[in-house]
Design a protein around this ligand. Sequence first.
Ligand code: HEC
Length: 141
Amino acid sequence: MKRMFYAMAVTAAVALTGIAQQARAHGDVTPQPVDVTGLEPLGEEWRKENPYKGDPTAIKIGMSGYNQNCARCHGIDGISGGIAPDLRFLEQDASGDDWFLKRVRHGATVNGTFKMPPFEKIMSQEAMWAIRSYLESRPTD
Ligand code: HEC
């Protein structure tokens, strides 16, 4: 009996290691929390325009938030490798802010095909605008 338990434990351990390795090979597949300490809290209501535009703290927080949650599709440092749009080229005005927030909150499903997950329930408004500030700070050449 003891022996059988041991065999089962080994099998389970091997299976778990396999899963862990697979997850690592695909990079960060689960959304990562973004620490927004240092940013002015924005409350419940969604802002229409980026309240942190040009704010150095927001840009720094946005860089890490972006690289942990968006880079696997949109490219490291904001430079797209081609599977998703290059976000450095979004309009840098209120219409760009509006489009950015809509996409990040609701994600993207095109012709019934899932393209991008919605971040509304997993990321704060503060984190989203910090990421927007970071992207706007990225050079486009
Ligand atoms: C699973 C891959 C994936 C992840 C993760 C992802 N996106 Fe996307 N995103 C896409 C794809 C694909 C599109 C293009 C959808 C389409 O065809 O309209 C897109 C579109 C967008 C757009 C609209 C771009 C445009 O030019 O119209 C914005 C803004 C955006 N994503 C922001 C983000 C941000 C910010 C994050 C991280 C918080 C993120 N995305 C995470 C795949 C992803």
